[in-house]
Design a protein around this ligand. Structure first.
Ligand code: 3HC
Ligand code: NAI
Length: 753
C-alpha cells in the first residue's frame, strides 16, 4: 500500500483511495497489518463516488450520492468540502448548487456513527468546519432540496446562502427522536431563519415542516414546481454576483424573543416527552442562541449534544430506530421472495378490532368488504368507523374529500358476496376456538386459491385454526393492537405451514398499512400478550402482598410507562382477561399461585373504566381514584389465602413487574417465538407504550446488566417459587458467557448473513 493512500490521524487510519469498498478489502487488510496495533482503520471512498461536481454553464452543481438517503457518512462532508472549494476557486463558476441524487436531499448525519458510542468508539463529526466554509464561500451557495433535509442535512441547508425546495420537500431537526439534539449549529442557525418560537418547537419536538410552511417561516427562499435542478439553476443565476447572506450573522429574528417561549416549551416537554432529557437540552441550546454570540452558542450546543449522545437514552432511541428497520427481515425468507398482490380485502366482524382493521385497508386505498352477522352490529361498526373519520376531519388531520373516498372503499354487508374476489380475508370475530374454526372452514370454501386467510386472534393456536382449511400454507395470524387503526404494531404469526410468500406479503402489507410488522411464533399470546401475563400477574401479587393499587401504577408510570399495569387493565377491560382465563383454565397447574381478585371484580360486574369501577374507581371523565372497597377485597382475599402483608418498595414493584416481563421475553426468545430481542422491544414500544427512551424491555435489561437481572430473578424464585420464576435458560446462558441480548441478536444476524 502506498503511503499516500493512507493518512494516520493519531487515532485512526484513513485509507483515501478505495473506490469499491466491498471489493477493495485487500487495501484495508494491507493497512491493518501495516498499522497493526495503532487503532481503528477507516476507509474513505474516492470523492467521485459520493459527491460529484458538474457544471450547468456558469453554475456548479455539487451532487451528493450516498444511497439510500444521502446520510453524511464518513467521506461525504469531506467530499462536499472539496467540491465546494473547487467550485469556489473556479473563475468560470458564478454560483454553486448543492443537491441530493436519488430520492432525497440529506437525511442527516449517519446514525450508525452515533451507534458506535455503544461500543466505546468515538463518532466522527466533521460537519462544523464544512458549514463555516459553505457560509464563507464568496459565491452564492443554493441548497436545492427534495425529499427530506433532516438533522445534519438541515444543518447543511441552513449554512447555505439560499434554499429552494421542491413542493413535496420536508425539512426538520428530528434529532430528539434519537435522544440527541442538533449537533452542527442547527439550534443556532434555525432560530436566526425561522424565529425563536418555531426553532424551539422544531428542535425540541422533532416534527418537520413542509415546503409551504418553510417558505412562510423564512427557511425556504422559493418553492420550485417541476424540475428542481432546472429551477435551482435559474434561481442561482438570479442571485449570482449578489451578496451572500450568512445565516449566522442574521440577528433580527433573535432580538426580543419572549422568555415565556422557553417556559412553555419546557412545560409541554414535561407532558409529551416525559422523562426525556434531549428535548430540554434542545430548548436550552436554542435559548443559548438568544443570549450568546454565535460561536459561544455553538460551544454550548456542542456541550449539550455531547451529554445527550453519551446518555443511555440516546443509545436506547438509536437502538429503537435501527430495530424498527431490522424487524422486517426474516432470516429464512429471502429479500427477493415474490410477494402476492393485495388489491382487495375482506374483513369478518365489525367490532372493536374488525372496524379498525377495515379502516387500515381503506386508509391504504384498498377496497374492503366488511361482514357482520346482524344489521345492528354492522350499523354499529360502520357508525364507529364514520365517527372516527369525522373526528380526524374535525381535528384537521383529514380532508372531507379524503374521508368520503375512504368511506366509499368500504362495503358493509351480511353475506359472503364478493369474498371470492378478495386477495386477503382478515377474521376478527369473538375469541373462541369453535367459532374461529367455523369461520375458517366457511371462508376456505369461498376464497379463491392464493387468498391469504389471516386471524386476529389474541391467543389461539394458528395451526389448529389452519387445520380446518385445505390451505394451511395461506393461513397465519395478523394480530393488531387496539385501537387497530391507530396502533402501529402488527404481530405476524407464523403457523407451521405458513408459506414464505405469505410471510413476505404480510411484511410488505404491514408497511402499506403504515404498521410495523413483527414476526411471532405460534405460542399462546404470541410475543406481546404472552409476556404481558407475568407482568400483570406480578402487579396483582404485589397488591395482595401489601402495595396499594395506586403505588403499583405510580411506580411503573414513573418508570416511564404510559400508565401503570392495573390502570392499563382497567382501560382494556378486566372482562377481556377474564374470558381468556376461562378459555385456558384447564392449563392452570394445580397448586401454583394465581391472582385472587381480578375474577371477583369481574363477577361483580366491575370491568374497569367502562363500568366505572375496577382496580380503581372512575368519575364521569374517566379520572381514577382510590377504591376503598377494592382495597378491602384485596386485603381480605390475601388474609384468607395466608399471604403476609408488608410494606413494598418502589424498587421491588418495578423489578418484579419488569423482570417478569424480561424473563418471559428471554424464554420466548430462547424458544424461537421471537427472532430477536430487538423484535420484542419493538413489540413493547409500539404495542404497549413502553417508553422509547428505555429502548424496550430487553434493551432495558441490557442496560441494567443481565447478571443483575438474573440475580433478581433468582431472588424472586427463592421467595415465590420456581413455577413462577424459573430463570429463562437463555438468560442464564448469556450471563454465563458475559453476553447481553444485543450480542444474541448480533450472533443471529451474523449466522443468517
Ligand atoms: N443515517 C444512517 N442510515 C439512515 C439514516 C441516517 N440518518 N436515515 C435512514 N437511514 C437508513 C435506514 O436505516 C434504512 O436502512 P436499511 O434499508 O438498511 O434498513 C434506510 O436508510 C432507509 O430508511 P427508511 O426505511 O427509514 O426509509 P424511509 O423512506 O421510510 O424514510 C427518512 C426516510 C425519512 C429519511 C427516515 O429514514 C428518517 O427519518 N431517517 C432519520 C433522519 C434523522 O433522524 N436524521 C437526523 C440524524 S442525527 C443528526 O443528523 C445529528 C446532526 O445534528 C449532527
Ligand atoms: P368484538 O366483540 O368487539 O367484535 C367481534 C365482532 O364479530 C362482533 O361485532 C360480532 O357480531 C362479530 N361476529 C361474530 N361472529 C361473526 C361471524 N360469524 N361473521 C361475522 N361477524 C361475526 O371483539 P373484538 O374485541 O373486536 O375482538 C375480535 C378478535 O380480535 C378476537 O379474536 C380478539 O381476541 C382479538 N383482539 C382483540 C383486541 C382488543 O383489544 N379488543 C386486541 C387484539 C386482538
Amino acid at each position: 500500500m502506498e503511503p499516500s493512500e493512507a493518512k494516520w490521524t493519531g487515532t485512526s487510519l484513513t485509507i483515501l483511495t478505495i473506490t469499491d469498498p466491498p471489493t477493495d478489502r485487500h487495501k484495508i487488510v494491507t493497512a491493518r497489518s501495516a498499522y497493526a496495533g495503532r487503532g481503528v482503520v477507516d476507509w474513505l471512498p474516492a470523492m467521485s463516488e459520493l459527491v460529484s461536481l458538474s457544471h450547468e454553464g456558469d453554475v456548479a452543481v455539487v451532487t451528493i450520492a450516498n444511497p439510500p438517503v444521502n446520510a453524511l457518512s464518513p467521506g461525504v462532508p469531506e467530499s462536499i468540502r472539496r467540491a465546494i472549494a473547487a467550485a469556489a476557486n473556479d473563475p468560470a463558476v458564478a454560483a454553486i448548487i448543492v443537491i441530493g441524487a436519488g430520492r432525497t436531499f440529506i437525511a442527516g448525519a449517519d446514525i450508525r456513527e452515533f451507534g458506535k458510542v455503544v461500543s466505546g468508539e468515538k463518532p466522527r463529526l466533521t460537519l462544523l468546519p464544512l458549514l463555516l466554509e459553505i457560509e464563507d464561500c464568496p459565491k452564492p451557495v443554493v441548497m436545492a432540496i427534495h425529499g427530506t433535509a433532516f438533522g445534519g442535512g438541515m444543518e447543511v441547508a441552513l449554512a447555505g446562502h439560499y434554499r429552494v425546495l421542491a413542493a413535496s420537500a420536508q425539512v426538520g431537526q428530528p434529532e430528539v427522536k434519537l435522544g440527541i439534539i442538533p449537533g452542527a449549529a442547527g439550534t443556532q442557525r434555525l432560530p436566526r431563519l425561522a424565529g425563536v418560537a418555531k426553532a424551539v418547537e422544531m428542535c425540541a419536538f422533532g416534527e418537520p415542516v413542509g415546503a409551504q410552511e418553510a417558505l412562510a417561516l423564512g427557511i425556504a427562499d422559493r418553492i420550485i414546481d417541476g424540475d428542481l435542478l432546472a429551477g435551482a439553476v435559474a434561481f442561482a443565476r438570479e442571485v449570482a454576483g449578489k451578496p451572500c447572506p450568512k445565516t449566522r450573522e442574521r440577528e433580527e429574528k433573535l432580538r426580543g424573543a419572549d422568555p415565556a417561549i422557553f417556559a412553555r416549551a419546557r412545560e409541554q416537554a414535561g407532558k409529551t416527552k416525559r422523562g426525556q432529557t434531549a428535548p430540554l437540552a434542545a430548548i436550552e441550546a436554542v435559548e443559548a442562541a438568544t443570549r450568546l454570540p454565535f460561536d459561544e452558542g455553538c460551544a454550548r450546543e456542542a456541550e449539550l449534544f455531547g451529554e445527550c449522545l453519551y446518555s443511555t437514552q440516546s443509545k436506547a432511541l438509536i437502538h429503537a430506530f435501527f430495530a424498527e428497520r431490522a424487524v422486517s427481515k426474516i432470516p429464512d425468507v429471502p429479500k427477493d421472495t415474490a410477494v402476492l398482490e393485495i388489491g382487495r380485502a375482506a374483513v369478518i366482524g365489525a367490532g372493536t378490532m374488525g372496524g379498525g382493521i377495515t379502516m387500515n385497508y381503506a386508509n391504504a386505498g384498498i377496497p374492503v368488504i366488511v361482514k357482520e352477522t346482524s344489521q345492528e352490529a354492522l350499523d354499529r361498526g360502520m357508525a364507529i368507523i364514520r365517527r372516527n373519520y369525522a373526528g380526524s376531519v374535525k381535528r384537521g388531520k383529514l380532508s372531507q374529500a379524503a374521508m368520503d373516498q375512504r368511506m366509499a372503499l368500504i362495503t358493509p354487508q351480511l353475506t359472503y358476496d364478493g369474498f371470492d374476489q378478495a386477495d386477503i380475508i382478515a377474521e376478527a370475530v369473538f375469541e373462541g376456538m369453535a367459532l374461529k374454526k367455523q369461520v375458517f372452514a366457511e371462508i376456505d370454501g369461498i376464497a379463491k386459491p392464493g387468498c391469504i386467510l389471516a386471524s386476529n386472534t389474541s391467543y389461539l393456536d394458528i395451526d389448529e385454526i389452519a387445520s380446518v382449511t385445505r390451505r394451511p400454507e395461506m393461513v397465519l395470524g395478523h394480530h393488531y393492537f387496539s385501537p387497530a387503526n391507530v396502533m402501529r404494531l402488527l404481530e405476524i404469526v407464523r403457523g407451521r405451514a405458513t408459506s414464505k410468500a405469505v410471510l413476505a406479503t404480510s411484511m410488505a402489507l404491514a408497511k402499506r398499512l403504515n404498521k410495523i410488522g413483527v414476526l411471532a411464533g405460534n405460542a399462546r399470546g404470541f410475543i406481546g400478550n404472552r409476556m404481558l401475563g407475568p407482568y400483570l400477574r406480578e402487579a396483582q401479587f404485589l397488591v395482595e402482598e401489601g402495595a396499594a393499587v395506586e403505588d403499583v401504577n405510580q411506580a411503573l408510570y414513573d418508570f416511564g410507562m404510559a400508565m401503570g399495569p392495573l390502570a392499563m387493565s382497567d382501560l382494556a377491560g378486566l372482562d377481556v382477561g377474564w374470558r381468556i382465563r376461562k378459555e385456558f383454565k384447564h392449563l392452570e397447574k394445580p397448586g401454583v399461585r394465581v391472582p385472587l381478585v381480578a375474577d371477583q371484580l369481574c363477577e361483580m360486574g366491575r370491568f374497569g373504566q367502562k363500568t366505572g369501577r375496577g382496580w380503581s374507581q372512575y368519575d364521569e371523565n374517566r379520572q381514577p381514584s382510590h377504591d376503598p372497597e377494592t382495597a378491602a377485597m384485596i386485603e381480605r382475599a390475601a388474609r384468607e389465602a395466608g399471604i403476609e402483608r408488608r410494606a413494598i418498595s418502589r424498587e421491588e414493584i418495578v423489578d418484579r413487574c419488569l423482570f417478569a416481563l424480561v424473563n418471559e421475553g428471554a424464554h420466548l426468545l430462547g424458544e424461537g417465538i421471537a427472532l430477536r430481542a430487538a423484535d420484542i422491544d419493538i413489540v413493547y414500544l409500539n404495542g404497549y407504550a413502553f417508553p422509547a427512551w428505555r429502548g424496550g424491555p430487553m434493551f432495558y435489561a441490557d442496560t441494567v446488566g443481565l447478571k443483575t437481572v438474573l440475580a433478581r430473578v433468582e431472588e424472586f424464585r427463592g421467595r415465590h417459587g420456581a413455577d413462577l420464576w424459573t430463570p429463562a435458560p437463555l438468560l442464564m446462558r448469556l450471563v454465563e458467557s458475559g453476553a447481553a441480548f444485543a450480542d444474541f441478536d448480533k450472533r443471529g444476524a451474523a449466522a443468517s448473513a
